[in-house]
Design a protein around this ligand. Structure first.
Ligand code: GLN
Length: 485
């Protein structure tokens, strides 16, 4: 029995722990055994600390909400005593001296931060191929990417190499890999979870969120992490509702909007069919469904890639060869320390974004690009404000297509940016969103998972969890597991 603990939900493990059927050590060992068996193929982990995890498991307080539950953490988040790489050569050798607030709160709720997982370098990307450290594969088809940037976080949960994980979402990086790997991933409202201890990519868009097998597990993690934090002045002061209870509250009377801009040409028919089937399922469960419009959707990609790169160029200035991580050998002068350390430490995508971001902020171009993008961002936010006057939730695909083939977009970054069309608007508007498994689509002889995206009002996480929970009560897509190796 215990060798399947790695495949269980948090809810199931809690029940068995509290019933005394298993101990927390068994869970860590079971996860570790799965990693030993599969991670060479999947490539999810960058680091793990089994000894300390076992010590923590032996000391676990099982009365706490997450007592004894191991959590994998995306490697852009600080976990005290563990290396922090941001999947970059730039931070080689750096070990975190402190816990991010989200991690500290998970620990306080009894969870065990077990290891660090791969992602795109500094969370920039949609495939995890931008990691400078290793390739991560999609457990449903090893020739495909797990999505990104939180690809490791998604892959390890899908492959049974973790129970739950933390991801970060700046433009879709939790929802898209969750969708590609057939798991549940939530991007909370901007400011709902503290960003303290998260290495900044684009500070006005970044957020930490849970990745899990079920909405209920995601709710348990969010419950532990959410709330105001003095270390992040943008964290929200509003009280934290009972997210776990919301999961069971059903969707009777909820109004769901289908944006016509999210069901256009270019969406793979299998993706559209799975998403519509889930929407009909929620309708049968008592929700009402109507068409809505988000008229500025077509500008979202351009707006996002101006604002995100602008913020990234400022945030990444701190990696200068002086204060953190990589420093070049034998520099002739100070200028060379900066130039060569950065040239050697950063990968191609990170450099591309620093150059783009510096350009859109430079004098003479600022008004034409950055300033204008901020105005369009306001229009996009207003689209959602208007829509949420009429509906409680917005439903659509997470991504127009299922998981890409490894290398598919290598030659054309723009093509990959365009596939972010349905996720980035939520970040620009600061609202919350979730991806839940809603079926499969056939591609190249393989069945690939499809995610339903639900977006909610600012602080509408309970609405997302009601709908996601109800959908998982009436469907079983989230119970499907890939066969790995
Ligand atoms: N794919 C988007 C990007 O490359 C989103 C990344 C993210 O959410 N961290 O910027």
């Amino acid at each position: 029995m215990s060798d399947a603990l790695n495949e269980c939900t948090v809810v199931e493990l809690r029940r068995r722990l509290r019933a005394g059927e298993i101990c927390a050590r068994d869970i860590v060992l079971s996860v570790e055994a799965a990693i030993a068996a599969r991670d060479e193929v999947i490539g999810g982990y960058l680091h793990r600390d089994v000894e300390r995890a076992l010590e923590a498991a032996d000391a676990a307080d099982l009365s706490l909400p997450l007592g004894g539950i191991p959590v994998a953490v995306k490697d852009v988040i600080n976990v005290a005593g563990q290396p922090l790489t941001c999947a970059s050569k730039m931070l080689g050798g750096y070990v975190s001296t402190w816990d991010a607030t989200a991690v500290a709160r998970l620990r306080a709720a009894g969870a065990i931060p077990f290891g660090k997982v791969n992602c795109d370098e500094f969370a920039m990307g949609s495939t995890t191929e931008n990691s400078a450290l290793r390739v991560t594969r999609n457990p449903w088809d090893l020739e495909r990417v797990p999505g990104g940037s939180s690809g490791g976080s998604a892959a390890v949960v899908a492959a049974g190499e973790a129970i739950v994980s933390l991801g970060t979402d700046t433009g879709g990086s939790i929802r898209q890999p969750a969708s590609f790997c057939g798991i549940t991933g939530m991007k909370p409202t901007y400011g709902r979870v503290s960003r303290s201890g998260l290495v900044a990519y684009a500070s006005s868009l970044d957020g930490i969120g849970p990745m899990a097998r079920t909405a209920e597990d995601a709710a348990l993690l969010l419950q532990a992490m959410a709330g105001h934090d003095v270390l992040d002045s943008t964290s929200l002061r509003e009280g934290v509702p009972d997210y776990v209870a919301a999961v069971g509250q059903g969707v009777k009377g909820m109004r769901i909007g289908l944006p016509k801009e999210y069901f256009v040409e270019g969406i793979e028919p299998g993706v559209r069919a799975a998403v519509m089937e889930a929407v009909r399922g929620l309708e049968r469960a008592g929700a009402t469904v109507k068409e809505i419009t988000l008229p500025h959707t077509e500008y979202a990609v351009a707006t996002y890639y101006i604002i995100a790169t602008a913020e990234a160029s400022a945030n990444l200035a701190r990696f200068d060869g002086i204060r953190y991580g990589h420093r070049c050998e034998d520099p002739a002068n100070l200028r060379e320390v900066y130039d060569r350390s950065r040239a050697e430490g950063f990968g191609a995508e990170v450099k591309r974004r620093i150059i783009l971001g510096t350009y859109v902020l430079s004098s003479g171009y600022y008004d034409a690009y950055y300033g204008k993008a901020q105005k369009v961002r306001t229009l996009i936010r207003r689209d959602f404000e208007e829509a949420f006057r009429e509906v409680d939730l917005i439903a659509g695909p997470v991504c127009p297509v299922p998981a890409f083939r490894i290398g598919e977009h290598a030659a054309d970054p723009l093509e990959m940016y365009l596939a972010d069309i349905f996720t980035i608007a939520a970040n620009l508007a600061g609202i919350c969103g979730i991806s839940v498994p809603c079926g499969f689509t056939e591609s190249g002889g393989k069945n690939l998972p499809v995610g339903l995206q639900l977006m909610g009002r600012p602080l509408g996480e309970s609405d997302l969890l009601r709908a996601a929970g109800e959908w998982q009560r009436v469907s079983d897509w989230h119970l499907r597991r890939p066969v790995v190796g």
